[in-house]
Unconditional design. Structure first.
Length: 215
């Protein structure tokens, strides 16, 4: 089933809480980006600060951090629905996967724009619930969609078929989402093109309708 998931990437906790409250009336799910300043030269609110603002929304934690496998226990304390780790700074990807499986929640791996699909073993692809492909360089919002991700979507689709979700994050809008969906993606993370809308509810519902018509 196709999904549209709003994202929050911010270093300002008040902005985080404000956006979270807005989403309660619009969506049932959110992705929160956690960046430690080591994977990329940017930093967001801390993982621990999320405890100060519990939410009824289902939460995807996207860990753009050094050694995501060492963050698993801390991430599980937030009670997320899904945890996604960047493969580029994983010392041992299988360790991350196994720790997440033990935690009993959905797990995903994310590949930065220039990370080849072939850099991850097919064994790993078949063990996760989601493969997230970035269509921009990781770490900053507001970047333009890069069509190189379309070939990567097709490659992952050939490996996992319909057994694993394929997500795309970065520069998505009503023109780019259909391209990704045609290539095989079914989960679409939206940032700037969503938050810049005058009517957020209308924007979200329009994108949801778009992906459901195409699916």
């Amino acid at each position: 089933m196709a999904e549209v998931i709003p994202t929050i990437l911010t270093a300002d906790f008040s902005e985080y809480t404000e956006k979270l409250n807005v989403l309660k009336e619009i969506s049932d799910r959110v992705q929160v980006d956690i960046i430690d300043g080591k994977f990329v030269k940017n930093q967001t609110i801390s993982l621990e600060s999320l405890k100060n603002e519990p939410t009824s929304l289902r939460v995807d934690l996207h860990l753009m951090v050094k050694e995501p496998e060492e963050w698993v226990n801390r991430a599980l304390e937030i009670l997320p629905d899904r945890v996604i780790g960047q493969v580029e700074m994983m010392y041992e990807p299988l360790k991350f996967v196994n720790r997440m499986v033990e935690g009993g929640i959905e797990l995903g791996i994310a590949l930065d724009l220039e990370t080849p699909v072939e850099s991850v073993s097919e064994e790993i692809y078949h063990m996760v619930d989601l493969v997230l492909l970035l269509s921009v360089k990781a770490g900053f919002s507001g970047q333009k969609f890069d069509q190189r991700v379309l070939e990567k979507i097709e490659k992952v689709k050939k490996i996992v078929g319909d057994l694993v979700g394929i997500g795309v994050d970065g520069g998505l809008d009503e023109k780019k989402i259909p391209l990704c969906q045609k290539a095989g993606a079914n989960i679409f993370y939206i940032g700037n093109s969503f938050w810049e809308a005058k009517d957020l509810g209308k924007r979200y519902n329009g994108l949801v309708k778009l992906v459901k018509v195409k699916s």
